[in-house]
Each structure stands twice: as C-alpha cells, then as structure tokens.
Design a protein around this ligand. Structure first.
Ligand SMILES: CC(C)(COP(=O)(O)OP(=O)(O)OC[C@H]1O[C@@H](n2cnc3c(N)ncnc32)[C@H](O)[C@@H]1OP(=O)(O)O)[C@@H](O)C(=O)NCCC(=O)NCCS
Length: 175
C-alpha cells in the first residue's frame, strides 16, 4: 500500500493503532496505549504517516510514526569541544522518544523518510523556541546503529541504553 505525503497528529478515532506492528513490541504498545494519553496531557506529541487506503473499520492504517517532546540535557554530557560554548544550566533539546515503521515496510526507505520528517519538525520548533540538538534514547543496539548511520553521536549510556544527539546546526544543513 502507498502512503500519504505528510505526517499528521495521531487521532485515535480516525487512525488504526491496532493494525500497526513494528518489530519492537514496546513501541507497538506505546502507540496503542500511551501516545494519545500523552498527547492529551501535553507530555509528548505523536505524528503518523497514513496509508492511502481506508480499512474495513473505516480507519486509516498507520505506516510509520514518531513521537517528540521537549527535553533537556546536562552540559557536561556533551563533548568538551561543544560544551565549552554553552551555558552552565540544562541545555534545551528536542527528544524523539519513539520512531518506528510498520514491519511490512522495513527496508523500503520509510525509516529514513520518518527520521528526516521528525528532524525537520524539531528544527522548525527550535527556530521559534530554541533547542540545541535532537536527542534519541536507543531501545537496543539495532536502534543505535540506525541513528549512528544518520550522524547521531553518543551522549551518555544509562542502564545499558544509549542516549545520542545530533546538533540542530547539523540538522539545519539537511537538503
Ligand atoms: C529502525 C527502522 C525505523 C528502520 O526503518 P527502515 O524502513 O528499515 O529504514 P530504511 O529502509 O529507511 O533505511 C534507511 C537506511 O538505514 C539503514 N538501516 C535501517 N535499519 C538500520 C539499522 N538497524 N542499523 C543500521 N542501519 C540501518 C538502511 O540500510 C538504509 O541504508 P542505505 O540508505 O544505505 O541503504 C525500523 O527497522 C523500525 O521501525 N524498527 C523498529 C523500531 C525501532 O527500533 N526504532 C528505532 C529506535 S526507537
């Protein structure tokens, strides 16, 4: 199935969360049980890319999604060459907390499309509000190698999970 050209905010009445299945169960569970609640509570916002066809239940299938929220990092976790220019209080950043592609589309380029959309969205927020970098919390080694491929750098490892960052200045250079 083809997908639409733009991501839209998740709407549980119109978008079929049940049929979304990526390869990582915690992300499926997040989309089904947490994403809408978090959006209502202004904890984070989830954006979905819909398929072009409508399902029998009248809803649109979700091909991919990403979730963003404001966050901050400690200056000291950044490499010194970067941190020395920054203030000593927590540094504002945008967190891409979740990002996934429906398993049937894996390898089709949709992961890259989704990441670039999420990065450009973060950049547009930072143009108005500030935001030094985008950070991601990697669920596992797979996620880590995916983000490494797109230029993210290690920030800090906590409980075995890697937090990575990409400066907004680098994102601003995306074509
Ligand atoms: C990670 C994920 C989004 C990648 O989606 P995808 O549609 O397969 O990715 P694409 O086809 O767009 O691949 C883009 C590039 O990244 C590479 N890539 C994809 N997954 C990768 C991985 N785990 N490690 C390293 N590179 C990876 C591809 O080879 C491709 O490289 P190329 O352009 O040189 O050929 C997808 O596998 C997924 O949803 N996984 C489960 C959820 C998850 O782990 N999310 C990430 C962290 S929360």
């Amino acid at each position: 199935m083809a997908w639409l050209s733009e991501f839209v905010e998740l709407n549980k009445k119109l978008h079929d969360r049940e049929s979304f299945a990526c390869t990582k169960e915690p992300l499926n569970l997040f989309l089904k049980t947490q994403a809408s609640k978090h959006a209502q509570d202004k904890v984070s916002k989830t954006y979905v890319l819909l398929g072009t066809e409508t399902l029998e239940n009248g809803k649109s299938p979700i091909c991919a999604f990403y979730t963003v929220s404001p966050s901050s990092i400690e200056r000291k976790t950044l490499p010194e060459k970067i941190s020395k220019r920054l203030p000593r209080y927590p540094i504002p950043v945008i967190l891409i907390g979740q990002l996934a592609v429906n398993a049937c589309y894996i390898g089709s380029g949709l992961g890259q499309i989704t990441l670039i959309k999420a990065l450009k969205f973060a950049l547009s927020i930072s143009d108005d509000l500030g935001g030094f970098a985008v950070i991601v919390d990697c669920l596992d080694d797979d996620a880590e190698s995916f983000y490494l491929k797109f230029g993210f750098e290690e920030l800090v490892r906590t409980n075995g999970k890697m937090r990575m960052f990409l400066p907004m200045k680098t994102i601003a250079q995306l074509p």
